[in-house]
Structures are given as C-alpha cells and as structure tokens.
Design a protein around this ligand. Structure first.
Ligand code: PLP
Length: 493
C-alpha cells in the first residue's frame, strides 16, 4: 500500500510507504497523504473480525493499510495501546440509548476523550517508522490543539525515545479542565505553550512551520525534524477506522443487528478526521447508509454540505463544545480528493488560502450528498440535548456528544429515516463538567474539583480516574506567546 499527496497534480505522482507518511505528516506540497486505494473487507473478513478482541481487530485493519510494518510488531503495539490498564473496561464500549441510537464511547482512555484511541497507538507507529526508515534525528512533534488532541498527544508521546513534543493551544479557547490537564503533564520531552488567538491561528502557525524550508534546514542542522500528531497525519486517521468496524461487529455479536444490515453513523465534527475515518470504513465495505456530520454554531460544514460553498470568512464562535470550534476543517481535503481528484483539490485549497472560501462543483456535491448530511446545534439546543439525554434516559453525555445526539434527532425528524445509528461519543461528560452541570440545572461552581464532585454526587456516576488524578498535580507550563513566535519554541525547549 502506497501513499500520495492530495495536492500532487503531476502526471506521475510521488508514492511513499506508510512509515514515511507517518514520519512526514504533511506532504511537502502542503497536501495530506492518502492511500492509493481502500482495501475491501470480504464477508469472511467481517466474520473473522467479529470473533476478535479490540487489539486484534486494530492490528488486522491497520495491517491492511500499514503493510510495510511487521505484523507481529503491529499486534504487540495494539495490545499495549489498547490494554485494560490504558482503557479500563474495554477500548470502545457501546451504550444503547433509546430508539436504536448506539453511543460508541470512545473516551475510556488516559485523557477521557476520543483522541486517545489514535494517540495511544500512534507514538508506537512513529517509533517503528523511525527504525524502519533508519532515522537518526529526533522527531519534534508539533501539535495545535483545540483542547483534547494536545493532552492525548502529550500522554501518548511522554518519555517516548527519539521524540520530543510541543503543544500549542489557543489561550482562551479550551476548557478549564483541558488547560489544567495539559499544564500538569509529566515527562522530560514535553512542552506546552498558549497562543494568543483561536484554534485556527494555532493550527496555521503549526502548518506554517511545517512548510517552511528554511526552518526545516535549521532543525536538521540541530539534529531534529518536525513531525505532526494532528489528524492531518495518516497515523492518526488509520487507527480511527478500526472502532467503526469494531462497533459494527459488537452490534452483530450482541444480536442488535444482523450481518450486512445497514447503519447510519453520526459524528460530532471539527477537523473532519473522525468522520472521514468512518467514511473510509464504508469504502472498505462497512454497510453505512448515511453519515450525519454534526457541527456546533461554527457551522461551516453544515453550510458547505447544503450549499457547496465552503466559507471560513465568518465570525469564530466560542462554544461549550470547544473541540469543534474550528473554521478550517483540514481533513475535508481528503474527501475532496477522494471524490474530485488532485487537480480540483489543489485548486480549491489554493482558493481557500487566498480568499477564505471556495465553491465545489455541483457534480462533486451531488456525490457527497449521497453519503453525507449536515446539521448543527446552537448552544441552547446543545444544553437541551444534554438535559434530554440525562433526564429522559438517565444517560449523562458531554456537549460534543450532545451535538451529535441532537443532530441525529434533527436528521430523523426531517427524513423519517430511523436506521440504527452509531453515534460517536467523543468525550467524557466530566471533561466539560461546568457546561454539563449547568445543562442539568446544578448550581454553578468556580472550582473545577468541586464541580466534578458535585456532578458525581448529583448523577451517581463516577469521575474518570485520569481526571481525578490530575486535579492535585503541579502546574508546569505557563508560557503565552504570539503566533509569530511559535517557530522559536522547538529551538529552545
Ligand atoms: C477532536 C474532537 C472532536 C472533533 O473531531 P474531528 O476529528 O476533529 O472532527 C469532537 N469531539 C471531541 C470531544 C474532540 O476532542
């Protein structure tokens, strides 16, 4: 399996191995790496997968895409990454909500958000890639985060040999809990800085470093190179394909659906990575009828799906689902490439950079709409969805999951399509405790620890251990900087 850039418009595109793609992150032309094809899962494969545990399923699916990796090394890595110690009670359990909605809880890992599903395995994939490619330099991982990626990457890469990591987060763009989790991270190879601006400023800063040839040269002279852990990196996306296939198997195994039954998938979406992973699962043969792209008030994707115009030139809104406060959905590029090819993708991305917007051709939009529907939830609707889930069915959900849940209901009301839905539940409600507490009418609490304890007492649910543990830890990182100073950081930490 070979990988190419979404923006390589040459007659004979450059193809590289998965190890190279994971090492490089972004392609030199600014595009994203994508596999040359999507391997098909046969009925027999599905039967085999259904008989496996999560780590085996992950090794099986990853092995199809990362065929340059040793199969045993992949299985060992998956067993470590998805162990009972790291994911107590299982990596991706399903909670059955009312009316055939299956909440796929992706937040039982070390940082209580779904990013752990990829970021527990990815450092292992990178370490192997460095060995496989004979790399002697240090990989300095740069991450721009809207909150959850940062902490998950810090946990995944902390004290990994041959790697350093710096995380940039928007100074006022993350929840108190997210900030606290990042600022208290342990490890000798980690650094965290706040950037003045929003998530897109931080992400653009990181992208600018990646595409700066002069900086790359200086880094090389200093004995390191830049690597990424954002969902622009193929090593982030590939592990996310696994849990959709795994969830389908679990539903078959528990008799909720039969083999080959259609399902719908709803994903609360920011950078479009998680939902694109689900779409890849469909291209591999997972019987998905429709993808519901759920957004918050930063509804740039909803508008795009409905009108064909992608327009980031709009007010950036801070919401109670901050991990989706994004106006440039980077992974949408991979979908554009898959449906429209490199020439079109390169043109549209150049337009986006220049004018902040582009219009996709009708033919592409028609194909896109055969698979994807877009809905969004404003702040009041999101709070109402949290209250509805908790008061109506005793199930406490976080604001991101609530955006997804509300969008499933909007989709069903509009279409009367009641196909069973796998709803990606992307964070523990405790990660966003103040917003969740407010939504279910608990008194306001300035202190995070008190807020978590209140929530636990009032709902009879448990505070996830990783969150409880960070509360007493010492703050290590307090730097705040301007976006233009971001390139200095990897040279001084
Ligand atoms: C990152 C994140 C999302 C958005 O995922 P994308 O892959 O960027 O679309 C949604 N919810 C939570 C809790 C997240 O951390």
């Amino acid at each position: 399996m070979k990988y190419r850039s979404t923006r390589d418009i040459s007659k004979n595109p450059v193809y590289i191995t998965s190890a190279e793609a994971i090492k490089q992150g972004l392609a030199p032309d600014g595009g994203l790496y994508i596999p040359e094809s999507f391997p098909a899962l046969t009925h027999g494969d599905f039967e085999k997968l259904c008989a496996m545990d999560y780590a085996e399923r992950a090794a099986f699916v990853l092995g199809l895409f990362l065929d340059d990796y040793d199969k045993d090394a992949l299985l060992t890595s998956c067993r470590e990454a998805y162990s009972e110690k790291r994911f107590p009670g299982g990596a991706a359990p399903i909670h059955e909500m009312n009316d055939g909605i299956y909440s796929l809880e992706l937040w039982h890992g070390p940082t209580s958000a779904f990013k752990d599903m990829a970021l527990q395995i990815m450092p292992r994939l990178l370490s192997l890639a460095l060995q496989m490619t004979g790399e002697e330099r240090i990989a300095h991982i740069l991450v721009a985060t809207s909150g959850d990626t940062g902490k998950a990457a810090l946990e995944g890469y902390s004290d990994v040999d041959g790697v350093k990591i710096t995380v940039f987060y928007p100074v006022d763009g993350v929840s108190r809990m997210q900030k606290h989790q990042m600022q208290t991270t342990l490890g000798s190879n980690v650094y965290v800085a706040a950037v003045r601006g929003n998530f897109d400023d931080a992400q653009n800063g990181v992208k600018a470093i990646f595409s700066d040839k002069e900086l790359a040269k200086r880094a090389n002279e200093a004995g390191f190179f830049f690597g990424s852990a954002n969902s622009i990196n193929w090593g982030r996306l590939a592990p996310q394909i696994v849990y959709y296939i795994s969830a389908y198997c679990d539903l078959v195994n528990s008799g909720k659906i039969a083999h080959s039954d259609k399902i719908n998938v709803c994903v609360p979406t920011g950078n479009f990575g998680n939902i694109f992973a689900a779409y890849i699962a469909k291209m591999m043969g997972l019987p998905v009828n429709r993808f519901i792209v759920a957004s918050n008030s930063n509804n740039v994707l909803t508008d795009f799906i409905n009108t064909g115009v992608y327009d980031r030139t709009r007010e950036f809104k801070k919401t109670i689902s901050p991990s989706m406060d994004i106006l440039i959905s980077s992974n949408l590029e991979r979908l554009l490439f898959t449906l429209g090819g490199a020439d079109l993708t390169a043109d549209l991305m150049a337009e986006l950079k220049e004018n902040g917007k582009y219009t996709a051709p009708d033919a592409l939009m028609n194909t896109l709409r055969e698979n994807f529907s877009g809905y969004f939830m404003d702040e009041d609707e999101t709070k109402a969805a949290i209250a509805d889930s908790y008061k109506g069915q005793g199930y406490l959900i976080d604001p991101h999951t609530a955006v997804g849940y509300g969008c499933v209901n909007k989709y069903r009301a509009e279409t009367a399509d009641n196909t069973p839905v796998i709803l990606a539940s992307t964070a523990s409600p405790y990660k966003f405790a103040p917003a969740v507490a407010e939504a279910i009418d608990l008194p306001e609490n300035e202190d995070i620890f008190a807020c978590l304890t209140e929530l636990s007492k009032a709902t009879g649910t448990e505070i996830p251990a990783p969150l409880a543990n960070t509360l007493g830890m010492e703050i290590r990182f307090t730097e705040v900087l301007d976006p233009r100073d971001m390139p200095t950081v990897p040279f001084r930490v």
